[in-house]
Design a protein around this ligand. Structure first.
Ligand code: SAM
Ligand code: SF4
Length: 329
């Protein structure tokens, strides 16, 4: 089937971007995600390097050119660099990214880059060490910030910071975050807190709409950038006095789904057509042999026909998923 055109759904949306979760396990305990830390289920047989390579080869053959490795915390896998090398070497993959909590990043950034990773998103929800500790369960803010610096030094082409907006925790930190990107060529992504089955009470207490930050940015002279072709759901802002940019990810916004350009694979090999409350379609049985590639591609193409136009969250559908650690956010 190797056609080289991007996977498309019934609504004309194209999907050149695959987010691939490599583990559900995480070593942090973010209060909105895994407040009690990762709990073993006995089903920790996550995709092998060979299975991951087969997924990527099949998707690359259908026009996917960007892969993001995520989790859980993808770097807890001992073979994380091996996974990255396998993915980076698949013909057609032009951009290999990953999302990380930044654990041990200063010492590991060089090896990640050497493995073929070129874009990194580091989660930093607070620049106040005490609050960072409170949110993640780890007193590691300095290490994570040093890791961001190291990622820039070793040559990552794209360095982004993810910060989940949290009322009462970091909603007073806008100026601190802006100071952080004043002289750093990094893009800071504010992500609106998403409701999950595990964080219902937390969501009610800490959810802040992204529009609140948008108003503050506009008042401080930030301006909206024109959407680039193929850009995902983040809306970007720039300011002439700042090297860095700001992105806003507001999943509850009505038009969020119109720009959807990504599919997700869970760490156990299921295809998720939407981040929200959709059970996933098992593909692992089609990852056992190189000879299954066409069947795998045909199955994905067939499943694309059932992808819905929207998550319908704004219509009152909860779309609730237990937490985001199993599909990587
Ligand atoms: N462990 C890595 C990390 O934290 O960067 C990668 C996986 S994590 C699930 C990916 C992103 O999803 C992180 O930036 C995290 O802050 C975000 N996230 C997790 N749960 C969320 C929620 N309920 N609402 C919004 N963002 C969430
Ligand atoms: Fe772990 Fe990332 Fe979830 Fe935090 S957001 S608990 S680092 S998976």
């Amino acid at each position: 089937m190797d056609k080289g055109t991007a996977i498309e759904d019934r609504f004309g949306r194209r999907f050149p971007y695959l987010r691939l979760s490599v583990t559900d396990v995480c070593n942090f305990r973010c209060t909105y995600c895994l407040p009690d830390g990762y709990q073993k289920t006995g089903e920790e047989a996550f995709l092998s390097v060979a299975e991951i390579r087969r997924i990527v080869e099949a998707f690359a053959g259908m026009g996917t050119w960007k892969i993001r490795l995520t989790g859980g915390e993808p770097t807890v896998r001992q073979d994380f660099c091996e996974i990255a090398k396998a993915v980076a070497s698949v013909p057609g993959i032009r951009k290999l990214a990953f999302t990380t909590n930044g654990y041990k990043l200063p010492e590991r950034a060089g090896a990640y880059y050497e493995s073929g990773l070129r874009a990194i998103n580091v989660s930093i929800d607070s620049l106040d060490p005490r609050k960072f500790h409170e949110i993640t369960g780890h007193d590691r803010l300095d290490e994570v910030v040093a890791g961001v610096q190291k990622a820039l030094e070793v040559g990552f082409e794209s360095v982004k910071i993810n910060a989940v907006l949290l009322k009462g925790l970091n909603d007073d930190e806008l100026d601190g975050f802006l100071g952080f990107i004043e002289n750093r060529p990094v893009s800071l992504r504010f992500i609106e807190l998403m409701q999950t089955g595990d964080n219902l009470e937390y969501f009610r207490k800490h959810h802040v709409p992204a529009t609140v930050v948008r108003e503050k940015l506009l008042a401080r002279g930030w301006h909206l950038l024109a959407r680039e072709e193929g850009a995902g759901p983040a809306v970007e802002y720039a300011h002439r006095d700042y090297q860095g940019r700001i992105g806003m990810i507001a999943p509850y916004a009505k038009d969020f789904c119109a720009t959807c350009n990504r599919l997700r694979i869970s760490a156990r090999g299921s295809l998720h057509l939407c981040l929200f409350g959709e059970g996933g379609h098992a593909l692992r049985h089609l990852l056992q042999d190189d000879g299954q590639k066409e069947e795998l591609q045909e199955t994905v193409m067939r499943l694309m026909q059932v992808k819905k136009i929207s998550h319908f969250l704004h219509n009152g559908e909860t779309g609730v998923r237990k937490n985001l650690s199993s599909v990587g956010g």
